[in-house]
Design a protein around this ligand. Structure first.
Ligand code: FES
Ligand SMILES: [Fe+2]
Length: 444
């Protein structure tokens, strides 16, 4: 084993080394090593598999209206996106006290994220408590105080209202009760997440096993090395789906991903709360070889192509020096924004190293192959000829994400004709030491 799991910190720091929330230290060497072994065992099994494993259920058709209907979209907005942890940035975007950015990817909820004098990162609705104007209008910057751009009410970085011009004109004003309205904000390995739901579980609980899997990648000390944003005429799940399977790579990406991955040899792991993992055999590396070097370190990254889904709207393919956090932001039933933030090891001053720049260019090419297909798919979904999606065994991660959407909405609130029967819960990956082999999961 070359994997260098020692004591892995679940890093919830604010970026300056001070604890922001609970901090854990877990010896994961054995556990993650076993997880790797089981993934490779599954990949070997996939090479020989000629049928769906015994006991795996036939997946029901995914009703087409989930991709086209306004009422279902509204439910997703209210009960999925308004209640879930979503990625809002990386700590390197807020290097100093007073550094801020505005996160406005979700409709009607512009959120101001700011680093305080104590190093903590906090989030507030970017809505002034005087007459409701945006406190800051630019997307990012640095300031000494958060001064509203309309009448100059000023807030400290912890949200307290600290200055009101002509304050004597407001005899009823109680400054202490008129601070910015906070939004939950937590960091995981330098990744900034926000959640508008006070009742939601903590980030660490919501992320589950992925918190440990990402714990030794050095993301908190990394640097953003890639950015992309494009508005696309498709449902947000239409985009997400394209990145949760490799069934399509030989037809859509014959010169790129299709030339490097073996689409039929993939270990697909369902994780709690709609998350999942996909490890695909590389054409250039035998499963039983361990190539040298590269980032991320770790056997599964060197010996296969790894991608995670962090439900509801993020897919992260790892490799070629970067983790690329691909986000699918809903705009309307047939409209979304696809945003990508790449994070890799810091390279210091100057331009990005040439090899990583080249890797980004290649990634651009693959991304566009997918994106250019999406608007046509959405038009087809809305054509009237589309009844629903039939998903195969290789596409079970898509089904799992749909199941979680219904759980988040509340099954009773989902129109009966749009429901997805929950059948995959018993195939969720168990903790590594007890994780069943894929072919025997049905018997668990
Ligand atoms: S609306 Fe912000 S100071 Fe008036
Ligand atoms: Fe693709």
């Amino acid at each position: 084993m070359t994997r260098n799991f020692r004591k892995i910190k679940l890093d919830l720091r604010s970026g300056d080394g001070r604890p922001q929330a609970a901090r854990r230290c877990v010896n994961l060497e054995d556990r993650m090593g076993k997880m790797d072994d089981l993934i490779f065992q599954e990949l070997r099994s996939e090479r020989a598999r000629k049928a769906v494993p015994d006991g795996f259920p036939a997946l029901a058709e995914i009703p087409g209206g989930r991709y086209t209907r306004r009422d279902f979209f509204d439910l997703e907005m209210a009960r999925v996106f308004r209640r879930s942890w979503v990625l809002a940035g990386h700590i390197s975007e807020l290097p100093k006290s007073g550094s801020y950015k505005v996160f406005a990817k979700l409709p009607s909820a512009p959120i101001l994220i700011v680093r305080g004098r104590d190093g903590q990162v906090r989030a507030f609705y970017n809505t002034c408590r005087h007459r409701g104007a945006p406190v800051v209008k630019d997307h990012a910057g640095r300031c000494n105080v958060l001064r509203c751009q309309y009448h100059s009410w000023a807030y400290d970085f912890d949200g307290r209202l600290v200055q009101v011009p002509d304050e004597h004109e407001f005899p009823n004003l109680d400054r202490a009760a008129r601070g910015l309205i906070p939004v939950r904000c937590e960091l995981l390995h330098g990744l900034i997440f926000v959640n508008q739901d006070e009742a939601a579980p903590d980030l660490l609980e919501a992320v589950g096993p992925l918190a440990e899997e990402w714990g030794d990648l050095g993301l908190a000390d990394g640097q953003v090395d890639y950015r992309f944003s494009r508005r696309v005429s498709c449902n947000w799940k239409c985009g997400l789906d394209a990145f949760q399977e490799v069934y399509h790579i030989n037809t859509l990406h014959p010169q790129t991903v299709g030339a490097t991955l073996v689409h039929s040899v993939a270990a697909m792991s369902l994780l709690p709360r709609g998350h999942s993992r996909m490890c695909v055999q590389l054409k250039t590396v035998d499963i039983d070889e361990v190539p040298d070097g590269g980032w991320p370190d770790g056997e599964i990254y060197r010996r296969s192509s790894v991608a995670h889904t962090l439900w509801p709207n993020m897919v992260v393919p790892w490799g070629a020096g970067s983790g690329r956090f691909i986000l699918f932001w809903p705009i309307g039933p047939g409209e979304c924004e696809i945003e990508v933030m790449g994070v890799g090891p810091a390279w210091g001053e100057g331009g990005l190293p040439a090899d990583r720049d080249l890797a980004n260019t290649r990634f651009d090419g693959v991304l566009m192959e997918d994106i250019e297909n999406l608007a046509a798919i959405q038009a087809s979904l809305e054509s009237g000829a589309f009844t629903g999606m039939m998903l195969g065994y290789q596409e079970r991660r898509l089904y799992w994400a749909h199941e979680e959407i219904d759980r988040a909405i509340g099954v009773d609130a989902v129109p009966s004709e749009l429901r997805v029967p929950p059948v995959l819960g018993r195939f969720v990956e168990a903790p590594a030491s007890r994780r069943p082999h894929a072919a025997t999961r049905g018997a668990a």
